[in-house]
Write a protein that binds this ligand. Structure first.
Ligand code: F6R
Length: 252
């Protein structure tokens, strides 16, 4: 593992493989549960997190770190999305990859309802859930245009949970990479919600993510690159990446 130094971000770790990166990220999650067994954690979805949650489940099964008292929320959900019917639903992903494997009880899971008739009202409801349950750890990936959650380029840093239209870059990514016909709208936590967490963990691997990260870490701190907002709260941010992503950071 190599530590990368950055003027604003407290810790950036570059790991030799995606597996090692995933175990390191899992350990950050486990650490926050060890510190506070009732921790409220917001989980990102997406490809990046698949190995991270698998590693978390493996360690949990091998040790006695209980998630039963933790609370779990998430960053975003497509709208409309029905977790029982739609393969692309993030709630479906979380139930399968996080909530069930980590045995987080139903009453402690806070899901965004992608079937809500009025998505703006659902966003407000979810924002209140987050206000009542301060977040100990926010887990993030990074996507096209440096988006975090579905805060796309141009979303103000002070945005709270809201209904949004996905950017053309994200729609293209979903089409090309996920090969799913996903909705073009979503409900997402705002950047302000993310920044309120006590601790923020961002995970990224591969050269494309290295490019997004480069802009976020070394470009202007601006709503044009939502992930650059992390630098305004850098003391509580840990970024864990693989060496391919780190190579892009170093090479640029
Ligand atoms: C998902 C989310 C998104 C993803 C990002 C990267 O809940 O909030 O911001 O983290 O789009 O997605 P992957 O990991 O699939 O490349």
């Amino acid at each position: 593992m190599r530590i990368l130094t950055h003027p604003e971000i407290a810790r950036i770790e570059s790991w030799e493989s995606i597996n090692l990166m995933a175990v390191a990220a899992a350990n950050v999650i486990l650490e926050s549960v060890r510190e506070n067994p009732e921790a409220m954690i917001t989980y990102a979805t997406g490809n990046t997190m698949v190995p991270v949650y698998e590693a978390t489940e493996t360690i949990v099964n091998e040790t006695d770190i209980p998630f039963q008292r933790t609370r779990a929320a998430h960053l975003d959900e497509y709208w409309p999305a029905n977790p029982d019917l739609d393969e692309f639903s993030f709630v479906r992903y979380l139930r399968d990859r996080v909530f069930k494997p980590l045995k987080i009880p139903l009453g402690q899971r806070f899901e965004i309802d992608g079937t809500a008739a009025d998505p703006s009202e659902e966003a407000l409801r979810y924002d209140e859930v987050l206000s009542r349950n301060p977040v100990a750890l926010a887990i993030l990936g990074i996507g096209p245009g440096g988006h975090i959650g579905f805060n796309e380029r141009g979303t103000p840093f002070n945005s709270r949970t809201h209904f949004t239209r996905l950017s053309e870059e994200t729609i293209r990514r979903d089409h090309d990479e996920r090969r799913l016909s996903t909705p073009k709208t979503a409900i997402t936590q705002g950047t302000a919600n993310v920044l309120e967490a006590d601790r923020i963990l961002m995970v990224a691997f591969g050269s494309e993510k290295g490019g997004y990260l480069f802009e976020a870490l070394y470009g202007l701190i601006s709503s044009e690159c939502p992930a650059s907002a992390l630098r305004t709260a850098g003391k509580k941010v840990t970024i864990i990446i693989d060496e391919t992503a780190a190579g892009v950071l170093g090479a640029k």
